[in-house]
Design a protein. Structure first.
Length: 379
């Protein structure tokens, strides 16, 4: 039990909207983040410098109390942290940076808090059964748009594994634009995915479209994908947030970066921080490409959040010819990985054949992407 719990200041709940979290800091020590995110609550973190004195600290504490605010203390090995909680205006007027011994203050002003880099400065690495996503690791997810048959899936799985991918993607539940399009093989498709993934040694990524299917999906998948059309299905977001399953959160067709980060906040606020963002293109006036792949979103998310972000240039462009160049660009822009549609025979694919790579082209892609990653010092 921590000091905070002993004093009855906080419940020791990890995750959720009220609690605390210890984050290791480079060079040793721990950074304590306290979060009491009730409606209208406002938080500022004061980081004391390693050379600050007890007198400095007492002056800071006095000032906070004088203004009618509360504080919570954390004394780490190398840093003392003061978490200030209370009225927004009163906190804004504290002007703590002027105080002796204060290294910096961090205000968490955005609506999204737990996903923000202010809350957690270090990159989050999502561990998918031993395969790491984020923190410099390169995650490649590849496979057909939809699971069609065991033969098709095995052929795809073998080829993407041989080329160096770690994840097999494939849709068993397909939320299609038209109700007359192929809707997926459902549980039979999930079984095939698991079987193919296990046979060649790949983790399985597949989409969840209905919160009632969570039990079923958790049984077969390693990563739950929330598709673009469900990015603001808040009930579904909360439901996956109640699990500890890694979640691949695609950006909505017309979602702003702020809305996307808030969608992730729905998941993390339920206690699941295993979230991977996936940029998959947004709708613009351009019609040559299926969507406009927004690679600037990669840089933005990296700045605003500690969570990993990967890129899907297949849906982002809708044209197989553009998948390789945009994959190179995505990795160069700092993406933590790629999601690529690969089909052994794109000409007979039941969905998204136009944007699916043939195995030989996927091999070229993997080779080039690895060379770019290497040049950038990635793992
Ligand atoms: Mn697709």
């Amino acid at each position: 039990m921590s000091v905070l719990e002993e004093r009855g200041l906080l419940s020791g709940k990890q995750g959720g909207t009220t609690g605390y979290k210890l984050v290791p800091v480079e060079g040793g020590g721990l950074f304590l983040c306290i979060y009491l995110i009730k409606r209208e609550a406002y938080i500022m973190i004061i980081v004391m410098s390693p050379t600050s004195t007890q007198d400095d600290l007492e002056k800071v504490q006095q000032k906070i109390l004088q203004r009618g605010l509360q504080y919570h203390m954390s004394t780490g090995e190398s840093r003392t942290i003061v978490g200030v909680i209370g009225d927004k205006k009163a906190i804004a007027n504290l002007q703590m940076n002027a105080f002796s011994g204060v290294e910096k203050t961090v205000r968490i002003t955005e609506k999204y808090k737990l996903v923000s880099r202010e809350f957690k400065p270090e990159d989050t690495i999502v561990d998918v059964g031993g395969v790491k996503v984020g923190g410099g690791h390169l995650a490649i997810m590849a496979g057909p748009c939809a699971v069609e048959s065991m033969d098709q899936l095995m052929e795809a799985a073998q080829c993407v594994k041989a080329a160096g991918a770690q994840f097999l993607r494939g849709g068993a539940f397909k939320p299609r634009t038209s109700p007359y399009d192929f809707q997926g093989l459902e549980e039979e498709g999930l079984q095939m995915l698991r079987q193919a993934g296990d046979a060649v040694g790949l983790k399985v990524v597949t989409e969840i479209v209905n919160m009632n299917d969570i039990g079923l999906l958790c049984k077969y998948a390693d990563v739950l994908q929330i598709g673009a059309r469900n990015m603001q299905n808040f009930q579904l977001l909360k439901a996956v947030g109640k699990t500890q399953m890694p979640v691949l959160l695609k950006r909505g067709l017309s979602a702003t970066i702020n809305e996307w980060l808030n969608a992730a906040e729905y998941i993390i606020s339920e206690g699941n921080e295993n979230i991977i963002f996936c940029e998959r293109g947004i709708r613009t006036y351009e019609t040559f490409t299926r969507n406009t792949l927004d690679l600037s979103a990669v840089a933005a998310v990296k700045e605003l959040s500690h969570l990993p972000v990967i890129v899907d240039p297949s849906h982002g462009t809708g044209r197989w010819q553009m998948v390789l160049p945009m994959s190179r660009a995505a990795i160069a822009a700092g993406a933590d990985g790629l999601m690529i549609e690969v089909h052994p025979h794109p000409e007979v694919a039941l969905s998204d054949g136009d944007q699916s790579l043939r195995p030989e082209n996927f091999r070229v892609l993997m080779d080039e992407v690895h060379r770019i990653a290497q040049a950038m010092g990635r793992k």
